[in-house]
Design a binder for this molecule. Structure first.
Ligand SMILES: C[S@@+](CC[C@H](N)C(=O)[O-])C[C@H]1O[C@@H](n2cnc3c(N)ncnc32)[C@H](O)[C@@H]1O
Length: 277
């Protein structure tokens, strides 16, 4: 698979790692490299095997950060799987890596709703704070028969979660073909394939409106997509955006005006913001 390696000053490692997390990666590893200049560190990550997608994402990073791609052995790239654990979203909803032992997973009791997710090479095992917050918000907002649009579906964890929690129809879109494939697989895995449609349709080409729209994407992308996010949210509907830092998202809220913030959920420095017309 293709690894993306971003070289940044050590003082910017944290902000660069945040930028990579929000791009939709499964893991970020900081490495010192003998050939790396003094005071610089390398951040290794993966954005899947679509070279064009990786290049496009990397070109969106600040131009002062150098980047390159490296071919990595799949077996080495998959070592994170051994460390994956279930993520409790609410006391009665858990996201479980599909290869994880089921008995351990249902520790919350027999009534817990279990989502089985294999992200493949897409983002979204359900453990990232932005995913936890968005799924938690969806769980609280969903009503029977609500329609949902998931913009930047990654593995489909939010789409599949919404369908399992009662949405009548979920449209999932992503720029990445790996994400579309993973979303279809995960919908099938959780018995909701009949209610989840996944594609690479651009948001601008989605008609809508939807009762609930969620978008867990990097802040600059949310700003770019703001007018379409407003358009596809039904007049009485609700929009949940995440992928933003808890103390740096005023510009995203401003771009979405005149929608107004009705709730904010925060976890580990990340936020999910709930808005209505
Ligand atoms: C942070 S991941 C979120 C994945 C999943 N929704 C979750 O919460 O775990 C962001 C996703 O947005 C996708 N993405 C980035 N820009 C996009 C755009 N303009 N339109 C649709 N999807 C986009 C990425 O490919 C990635 O899969």
């Amino acid at each position: 698979m293709i690894a993306l390696v971003v070289t940044v000053p050590a003082s910017e490692a944290e902000v660069a790692a945040d930028a990579l997390w929000a791009l939709g990666v499964l893991a970020v590893e900081e490495r010192d490299h003998p050939d790396t200049d003094e005071g610089m560190v390398e951040l290794w990550t993966s954005l899947g095997d679509d070279a064009g997608h990786v290049r496009k994402a990397a070109e969106g990073l600040p131009s002062r950060w150098r980047w390159r791609t490296v071919e990595v052995d799949d077996a080495v790239a998959d070592t994170w799987r051994a460390h994956a654990v279930p993520s409790w979203i609410t006391p009665d909803l858990v996201v479980v890596p599909d290869w994880f032992d089921a008995d351990v997973a249902v520790g919350g009791g027999p009534d817990a709703t279990v989502l089985r997710i294999d992200p493949g090479s897409a983002f979204g095992l359900g453990d990232h704070p932005t995913t936890v917050l968005t799924l938690r918000a969806l769980r609280g907002l969903l009503w029977p028969d609500a329609t949902v649009l998931d913009v930047g579906c990654g593995s489909g964890v939010l789409s599949v979660g919404a369908a399992v929690c009662g949405a009548s129809y979920v449209e999932a879109i992503d720029v990445s073909v790996a994400a579309v494939a993973a979303t279809r697989d995960n919908a099938e895995r959780n018995g909701v394939a009949g209610r989840v449609t996944a594609s690479t349709t651009a948001l601008a080409d989605v008609d809508g409106p939807f009762d609930i729209v969620c978008a867990n994407i990097l802040a600059p992308t949310l700003v770019d997509l703001a007018s379409d996010l407003r358009r596809v949210t039904a007049p009485a509907g609700v929009l949940v955006v995440s992928g933003v830092l808890a103390d740096a998202h005023d510009h995203v809220v401003a771009a979405l005006a005149p929608m107004r913030v009705v709730d904010r959920l925060v976890r580990e420095g990340w936020a999910a913001i709930v808005l209505r017309h």
